[in-house]
Ligand binder design. Structure first.
Ligand SMILES: Cc1cc2nc3c(=O)[nH]c(=O)nc-3n(C[C@H](O)[C@H](O)[C@H](O)COP(=O)(O)O)c2cc1C
Length: 324
């Protein structure tokens, strides 16, 4: 399958693994790239630019395919040294950066001067148009059902569709199709053999249903979709008590340091960690290659058989085929 995304990034399949805190290490990024997708190392999980440089070198030892680095620009107490992170990316020879959160505008000159292509991940038509204006190479639209920070608004099918209907697709990359040139997946890649996280996390994803995610930090307009657990219940209790007066300090204990506790120690009640509603249909822990091959085979079957079948009138009486 050739799309603007496969051609732009020199990859075989139009599947991108979004940056994931404490999940997007070299092992996962390399596995995704080796399987023909675009793996992404999560820049800020590496506490310093020097550590990111080492992670990039580790990834390069594991794959000779292209891979990228995620740089998340979120409100935080102490801003990380982004120019130094960008230098590590440039010196590591990485040619793709996924940005998310705040606009990457300030850093675009440095990224572009290094010949780095920028995929900006956002959650609304408005922000994707801004990304286009500041010359991002691709935009990726996360919807309200997604893991991570899914915005305050609409499911990605609706946002993606609205953008396409209104402005035509330049090069966008959203899950679930709708005219996109590729897809971005997060949660699904955690339940794979190669994801370097505690087995408890993979088991929790297999067991959870689509009703088991919760939204936290809505009052702060920094909404995050997370998997429900005891820590999240406590956090939501604090949020209910504080209502509109909630401040980030009020939930510091339930938010700070949770990722290593969950992803490394397997403490599944530690607090808030991102998880999409897609957790519902996750029922197994395949290798990354099995997963990507399966998605591509399903996509091909849908395009070749079902969609053309509708046109030919032969598909009408058959029940719809379930797609994992
Ligand atoms: C555990 C986890 C951690 C994430 N951390 C980040 C992050 O640090 N930066 C970022 O841009 N996106 C992050 N995301 C969002 C993903 O890159 C991706 O956009 C999102 O998961 C897509 O939705 P899906 O999980 O429903 O596939 C995270 C997602 C998960 C599940």
């Amino acid at each position: 399958m050739k799309t603007a995304i496969t051609e732009m990034f020199g990859i075989e399949h139009p599947i991108i693994q979004g940056g994931m805190h404490y999940v997007g290490f070299a092992e996962l990024a390399a596995a995704v790239s080796n399987a023909g997708g675009l793996g992404i190392i999560t820049g800020l999980t590496q506490k310093t630019p020097e550590l990111l440089a080492k992670e990039i070198a580790r990834c390069r030892d594991m794959t000779d395919k292209p891979f990228g680095v995620n740089l998340t620009f979120l409100p935080s107490f102490s801003a990380p040294p982004y120019p130094e992170y960008i230098a590590a990316i440039r010196e590591g020879g990485v040619k793709v950066v996924e940005t998310a959160g705040r606009s990457p505008e300030q850093h675009m000159p440095a990224l572009q001067a290094a010949g780095i292509k920028v995929i900006h991940k956002c959650t609304s038509v408005r922000h994707s148009l801004k990304a286009e204006k500041i010359s991002c190479d691709a935009v990726s639209v996360d919807g309200f059902e997604c893991g991570g920070h899914p915005g305050e608004r609409a499911p990605r099918m609706i946002e993606g569709r609205r953008r396409k209907a209104k402005y035509g697709v330049v090069t966008m990359c959203i899950g679930g199709g709708m005219g996109a040139a590729g897809m971005n997946m997060g949660t699904r890649f955690i339940a794979t053999k190669e994801a370097p996280v505690h087995p408890n996390v993979k088991n929790a994803l297999v067991e959870a249903t689509e009703l088991d995610t919760r939204l936290v930090m809505r009052a702060l307009r920094n909404t995050e979709r997370v998997l429900k657990n005891k820590g999240v219940d406590q956090l939501l209790e604090v949020e209910r008590e504080k209502g509109g007066t909630l401040k980030i300090e009020d939930i510091h204990d339930q938010m700070a340091g949770v990722y290593p506790k969950v992803m490394i120690d397997g403490d599944m009640d530690a607090g808030a960690w991102s998880c999409g509603m897609v957790v519902g249909p996750i029922n197994d822990v395949p290798t990354v290659k099995e997963l990507i091959d399966r998605i591509m085979a399903d996509a091909e079957a849908i395009i070749r058989k079902r969609l053309t079948g509708f046109l030919d009138g032969v598909e009408v009486l058959k029940p719809a085929r379930a797609v994992a």
